[in-house]
Design a protein around this ligand. Structure first.
Ligand code: MCA
Ligand code: AMP
Length: 489
């Protein structure tokens, strides 16, 4: 098969590839650094990567892919419970980390390899042999195992084959006229598909470059888009913060106005934010729609009409249909007939690791993946997402979070007798996590901050409740099941 990163294996050049803050690597330097990682992990099977927003994470993942192994990116803010689950489920042979990075207890038993990202100063790194010999690997072999939350239970590891990465990135290149001339800027985390696959592997597959902000802020966006960056990727919360900042920040408006493409994804960008950005910059943000399990399904094309509130048309190679609850297929393109989005194509994952039951449940008998997202289609084929089948999935800051996982964590707190978790609309985060708690001792309920820390420490900070509401009892039906719809709003 063809290599995932032709620009690395042909004749790596002195063109810029990666930049994180002050540190950068050319293609030749990346080829040497990632080639060295590949040499050390070849044959390792699954390799955990301590996915800080750093050059080392990018080099580590590329090295694992060159070696034909599969990378398991870890959120460096994962709490012990979440990390313990991911490690026992994915059983990595070793962990890659930046030199000096302190790893938490669950990782200390694993063999560790420090990633040498070269000088990272942009100077020439010798010592490598130029083009790394990427292993000849079947394209159905796993490239990544990315953990994603479901409604209940711990996160599941979506096994993403090399074929899915190659096809989704090439389909996006077609939709967005994305070339080696593009310089992408973003501040997304590197342990999810958006930041890692689209945001790092995307530019590298094209032979272009990425500048990572380390941490998202509007000043970084202004700086990079004013100095050569051409594209911006972000979640709606980031665009909301841009929209908020624009009235007082003409430099930001000018920088955005000069960009070739502004792309939002991972959750719906509210029309109000679309409109505010368009009014201040004259530029329209385009949306694309994807999932960890499917990579990208649809996009507003660079040569199409950028219309607020839609996620565009199916990408090349992606089959998309809408299906009603009774299984009948919705044929209408009328902007109002609603159905669940089901997709099929080479962009799909292969399975949930160690979960044949969940894998089987995710597909129809004829091989369509059930996304759980509910949509309509306009007469010109544009898809508009109007909801989600599962109420127990919350999208907050672009992160998918299962209510059940947080409820289980809350119930492990000695001060909590009963718990229910819901999502509430939030202008900044899209949805905020609300915990409804019946305290074990009504006289001294656990404090809100204590419960937030408890969840952040066990699972991850983005899964912490932003609001805690105390009740004497949770509303339950005759069967004893919690009726979330009956919770006071
Ligand atoms: C706060 N912090 C805490 C606590 N409270 N840490 C420990 N314990 C606590 N109790 C820390 C947080 O970790 C964070 O640190 C900082 O304080 C601020 O927290 P928070 O307010 O939660 O963060 P934020 O500034 O509101 O974050 C907004 C954000 C973030 C930057 C937009 O939500 C984000 O990066 N979202 C991206 C999600 C994403 O990439 N999703 C893609 C998956 P620090 O700031 O240092 O972390 S979806 C996907 O991949 C599919 C395929 C798709 O379609 O894209
Ligand atoms: P995740 O499981 O974190 O990969 O998130 C996938 C989910 O994010 C999808 O099932 C959608 O619900 C949501 N999503 C991604 N992109 C968009 C978008 N542009 N508009 C609305 N929802 C989106």
């Amino acid at each position: 098969m063809t290599p995932l990163f032709p620009a690395l294996s042909d004749d790596p050049s002195s063109r810029p590839a990666l930049r994180f803050g002050e540190r950068s690597l050319t293609y030749a330097e990346l080829a040497a650094a990632a080639g060295a990682v590949a040499g050390r992990v070849r044959g390792a099977g699954r390799v955990a990567v301590w996915a800080t927003p750093s050059l080392e994470t990018a080099v580590g993942v590329v090295g694992v892919l060159l070696a034909g192994a599969a990378a398991v990116p870890l959120n460096p803010k994962s709490g012990d419970k979440e990390l313990g689950h991911i490690l026992s489920d994915s059983a990595p042979a070793l962990v890659l980390a930046a030199p000096g990075a302190e790893l938490p207890a669950p990782l200390r038993g694993l063999r560790r390899i420090d990633v040498d990202a070269g000088s990272g100063s942009g100077s020439d790194v010798r010592g490598g042999t130029g083009a790394p010999a990427g292993a000849a690997v079947d394209e159905e072999e796993p490239a990544l195992v990315v953990y994603t939350s479901g409604t209940t239970g711990p996160p599941k590891g979506a096994v993403i084959p090399r074929r899915a990465i190659a096809t989704t990135l090439d389909a996006l290149a077609d939709a967005w006229q994305w070339t080696e001339q593009d310089v992408l800027v973003h501040g997304l985390p590197l342990f999810h598909v958006h930041g890692l696959v689209l945001g790092v592997l995307g530019p590298l597959r094209r032979g272009g470059s990425v500048r990572h902000l380390g941490r998202f802020d509007t000043q970084g966006v202004t700086r990079e888009l004013s100095s050569g960056a051409t594209m911006l990727f972000g979640v709606p919360t980031m665009y909301h913060r841009i929209a908020e900042a624009l009235p007082a920040d003409p430099a930001l408006a000018k920088a955005l106005a000069g960009a070739r493409l502004l792309v939002s994804g991972s959750a719906a960008l509210p029309v109000h934010d679309h409109e505010r950005i368009a009014a201040a910059t004259g530029r329209r943000v385009v949306e694309r729609y994807g999932m960890t399990e499917t990579l990208m399904n649809t996009a507003v094309r660079a040569d199409g009409e950028a219309r607020a509130g839609t996620v565009g048309v199916p990408l090349p190679g992606v089959e998309l249909r809408l299906v009603e609850d009774d299984g009948s297929v919705v044929d209408a393109f009328d902007g109002e007939s609603v159905g669940e989005i089901q997709v099929r194509g080479p962009n799909l994952f292969t399975e949930y690791l160690n979960r044949p039951d969940a894998t089987a449940a995710a597909f129809t008998a004829d091989g369509w993946f059930r996304t759980g997202d509910v949509a309509v289609r306009d007469p010109d084929g544009y898809v508009r997402i109007v909801g989600r089948k599962a109420t127990d999935l919350i999208k907050s800051g672009g992160y998918k979070i299962g209510a059940g996982e947080i409820e289980n964590a809350l119930l492990e707190h000695p001060g909590v007798r009963e718990a229910a978790v819901t999502g509430e609309p939030d202008a900044d985060l899209g949805e905020r996590i609300v915990a409804w708690v019946v305290p074990a001792d009504p006289e001294s309920p656990p404090r809100e901050g204590e419960l937030a820390d408890h969840v952040a420490g066990r699972l991850a900070p983005h899964k912490r409740p932003r609001v805690v509401r105390y009740l004497d009892a949770l509303p339950r039906n005759d069967m004893g099941k919690i009726m979330k719809r009956a919770l006071p709003s």
